[in-house]
Structure formats: structure tokens, C-alpha cells
Design a protein around this ligand. Structure first.
Ligand code: SF4
Length: 337
């Protein structure tokens, strides 16, 4: 469905300036932005993907991953097609890259915001996740849904590449409770080459989210020979510590996918070394994902007591008492019932 876009301004010659993400596209009449889902029609910017849902599932919140945000709760997870990045290792490329691929498209199933909220309530969800593709580029739909969700007592979270502008983040802030931000590398050249983007706007989004009081967790997909150098991973950890050492850092194992098939799956030892580097830099909560047998329990950062036990994405035990460790009384950072 097409709708007038938010966060844009008319420019000379009928062009439209989009202020939704850090690409800040200037779009000529009849053309689309880099994401392929915002189009200048007659001098006015339109979103082409409002309510065009290509994926809707009830997921454990751990699958986002968000480990310090109502652990064990369910999230109705939705996506429309498109992305403002073009990462060669995208695991959801069939839907994220569809608008820009020959023979692809933007058609989804209509799912109105009020129906999303009703479905979330009917299925006992605590939150709605805007995920699988990039929520920034379906902002209008996410905004309307999140507002209704908040009125209905639900929470909202984004799983995002962090490339939104400060204006976009400040606009959604009243309804956005949490986000998992992908920090894919710590080199601008990697962002340019692999994602068609830049590093600094992602760092600024993470900083701004914390300043705005949004609960943030960070994920890094560790890709052999791309970002698995000890110094680069330590630099990521150092940055996260500089924002807040309580931000959980998820280290995710790479599997060859889409266009990026030149690297093998990430060795478990590399992920272990990355976690060690993160701990040395001062991060308090580090999780290794996609590796069978790796513990993803949440430990008290003060005394090491096991606070939340997980088996895969399932929470099998939660010892928290009013967000505190029952052993030493330290508060666990995050949002909990
Ligand atoms: S959302 Fe980003 S990529 Fe899409 S049109 Fe706007 S500035 Fe360009």
C-alpha cells in the first residue's frame, strides 16, 4: 500500500529529500531512494510498503536477540520488504533485497496496524518486533503500529542496522522500548564495501538510543577474514563500553549465505577469543549465538550467580528478584517484569 512518507522535505525542481536514514537520498520525480521502497511521485515522497507484510511470526524475544528485555516473553515479529543496506551475507536477503533485485518486488500481504496489535494480544505477546528486514525503511507502518501497541499495553522493539537519522529516532522514541543494533564492523571501508553504508551513523544511533533511554543490545556477526581480527573486535567492545558497559554484546556465528560464500563458518575458537576480548575491555554481558553447546545464560556481573538459564531460545529458569541478583543483590541492567 502506498502512503505519504514521514520525515521528508520538498526540494528544488520537484525533488524530495528523505530524512529517514543516513543516506539522506535526494530523489528526483519518478525515482526511488537507495532502499527502493520510497518514491517521489509528483514531488511528494511516498512509502510503497505500508502494511505490505512479508513475514509475521511469534518468536521468543531471545531470538531477536534481546536477552535483557522481558526474558522468556513472546514477540510478534513483522517485516515488509526492503533494506537500506546491501550486505552480501544477509540471511534474509530474499525479502530484504527483493525491491532492488531483478524480478523482485515489494508485494506483501496486507496487515493493518490495528490487526497486528490484535494478533499480538491474542497470541499472548509482550511486544511487537520490527525485524527480519530493516524497520527504518518501513517507518510509517512501524510508527503507526507502535503507537497503537503502546495504547494497548504492548512494548515495541526494533532489530536494526542502526542507520536511521536522529530525527527518525526521536520521532519513534515515545513508543520504542528496546533495540538490537547490528554493529557489523569497526572499519568504515568494510561498511562501504559490504553494506553500501558508513560506520559513524551507526555508532551515533547507538549513542543516541542510550541517551534517549531506549534499552540497547548490540550484535556482531563475526565473519572470517572480514571482521574477525582481534584488534577490530576489541575496538567494537571498547566502543560499546564507552557508551555503557551494561549493553549486552551478542557475537553471532557466520554461515555462508547469499553472495558472501567465500568464507567458512566462524570457528568456535574465534568467537571464544572475541568474547574474551570483550571481557578484557570491560563488557559485563557477552553472549555467543549460533553455536550449539555454548552457554547463553545470564550471569550476575558482580558475583557470577546464574540469573537466567537458557536452552537455545528457551528460558528454563529465572532467579531474578525485582531485577536483582538473589545472591548479592546487584541490579541486572535491562527491562524485566
Ligand atoms: S530511507 Fe534511506 S535509503 Fe530509503 S529513501 Fe530514505 S534516505 Fe534513501
Amino acid at each position: 500500500m502506498t502512503r505519504e512518507a514521514m520525515l521528508w522535505k520538498p526540494l528544488e525542481g520537484g525533488q524530495a529529500g528523505c530524512g529517514l536514514c543516513a543516506h539522506r537520498c535526494v530523489i528526483a520525480p519518478g525515482k526511488q531512494g537507495i532502499c527502493g521502497v520510497r518514491e517521489n511521485r509528483g514531488g511528494r515522497l511516498q512509502t510503497l510498503v505500508y502494511g505490505e507484510v512479508v513475514a509475521a511470526h511469534v518468536d521468543p524475544i531471545e531470538k531477536k536477540p534481546l536477552y535483557h528485555f522481558y526474558p522468556g516473553s513472546k514477540a510478534l515479529s513483522i517485516a515488509t520488504p526492503g533494506c537500506n543496506f546491501r550486505c552480501g551475507f544477509c540471511q534474509n536477503w530474499e525479502i530484504s533485497q527483493a525491491p532492488r533485485r531483478k524480478g523482485g518486488g515489494i508485494a506483501g500481504e496486507p496487515f493493518a496496524p490495528e490487526d497486528v496489535v490484535r494478533a499480538a494480544l491474542d497470541q499472548g505477546c509482550r511486544s511487537i518486533s520490527y525485524t527480519y528486514t530493516e524497520p527504518t525503511i518501513f517507518f510509517e507502518y512501524a510508527f503507526d503500529t507502535a503507537r497503537l501497541a503502546r495504547e494497548a499495553g504492548l512494548l515495541n522493539n526494533f532489530v536494526t542496522n542502526g542507520y536511521m537519522t536522529a530525527e527518525a529516532l526521536e520521532t519513534i522514541r515515545p513508543y520504542l522500548d528496546a533495540a538490537n543494533v547490528d554493529l557489523k564492523a569497526f572499519k568504515d571501508e568494510t561498511y562501504k564495501k559490504i553494506c553500501g553504508a558508513r560506520l559513524e551513523p551507526v555508532l551515533e544511533t547507538i549513542r543516541l538510543m542510550r541517551r534517549l533511554g531506549i534499552w540497547v543490545e548490540v550484535t556482531t556477526l563475526v565473519v572470517p577474514d572480514l571482521n574477525d581480527g582481534g584488534e577490530e573486535l576489541a575496538a567494537i567492545a571498547r566502543f560499546v563500553v564507552s557508551v555503557d558497559p551494561d549493553i549486552p554484546w551478542h557475537l553471532s556465528r557466520f554461515h555462508p549465505d547469499y553472495e558472501y560464500t567465500q568464507a567458512p563458518p566462524t570457528p568456535a575458537a574465534t568467537l571464544g577469543a572475541a568474547a574474551e576480548a570483550g571481557r578484557r575491555e570491560g563488557l559485563r554481558h557477552i553472549y555467543i549465538g549460533n553455536v550449539p553447546g555454548e552457554s547463553e545464560d545470564t550471569l550476575c556481573a558482580t558475583c557470577g550467580f546464574v540469573l537466567i538459564r537458557r536452552r537455545g531460545f528457551l528460558v528454563v529458569g529465572n532467579a531474578l528478584r525485582e531485577s536483582r541478583c538473589p545472591s548479592c543483590g546487584a541490579v541486572l541492567a535491562g527491562l524485566f517484569d
